[in-house]
Design a protein around this ligand. Structure first.
Ligand code: FES
Length: 190
């Protein structure tokens, strides 16, 4: 077997034998060992990264809406994001239903954005779909914009009584999360 001494780039010597340098072999062996070591430490790491019970509990939130009168809204927090829960008046429901859905930037009916038999309850994220500001209109006395829903003061987006975008730069309606009624007065979001 022919052996030959060559110089590596770092100035150390390497012995070349049949075209395979021993130094390369040592490097390959070291990498393989590191790979095995990586796999064994990964398992405890993944276990540590599993969500705790506290985090899982925050995945959903329950809200008692019994005190929210028609025409009022409340703000809550779900997964660290502001949420609006609004009890629409019959006039606000009518206003939403009168809109030509085909003319909307993000066409959706009020019925599609609420639960069957509960169209007066509008549950949305309180996050403007333009750049994420919190729109006004949920708290008493706040301006609701030109369409009576929500108004984002950051760049002037107006949402209607179904929280659909009607004017301004926001591209889509306020997001409706997954939610359900646990009873007549308790909503579970998430
Ligand atoms: S963030 Fe709401 S209009 Fe820009």
């Amino acid at each position: 077997m022919a052996e030959q001494v060559t110089m590596n780039q770092d100035g150390t010597a390497a012995i070349e034998s049949d075209g395979v340098r021993r130094r390369d072999f040592i490097n390959i062996a070291a990498v393989s060992f590191a790979g095995v070591g990586g796999a064994t430490v990964l398992i405890p790491l993944i276990t540590q990264m599993a969500p705790s019970k506290d985090v899982l509990a925050q995945a959903s939130t329950e809200v008692d809406v019994s005190a929210v009168e028609p025409g009022q809204a409340i703000k809550t927090v779900w997964r660290k994001q502001p949420m609006f829960i609004r009890n629409l008046t019959p006039a606000e429901i009518d206003a939403a239903n009168k809109v030509d859905v085909g003319s909307l930037r993000d066409p959706q009916t009020l019925a599609e954005r609420t639960l069957e038999g509960k169209t007066n309850w509008l549950v949305t994220l309180g996050v403007c779909t333009h750049l994420g500001c919190v729109p006004l209109g949920a708290a008493q006395g706040e301006v609701k914009g030109e369409f009576g829903g929500y108004f984002c003061p950051c760049h002037g987006s107006h949402y209607d009584t179904a929280a659909r975008i009607r004017k301004g730069p926001a591209p889509t309606n306020l997001v409706v999360p997954e939610y359900e009624f646990l009873s007549d007065t308790v909503i579970k979001i998430g």
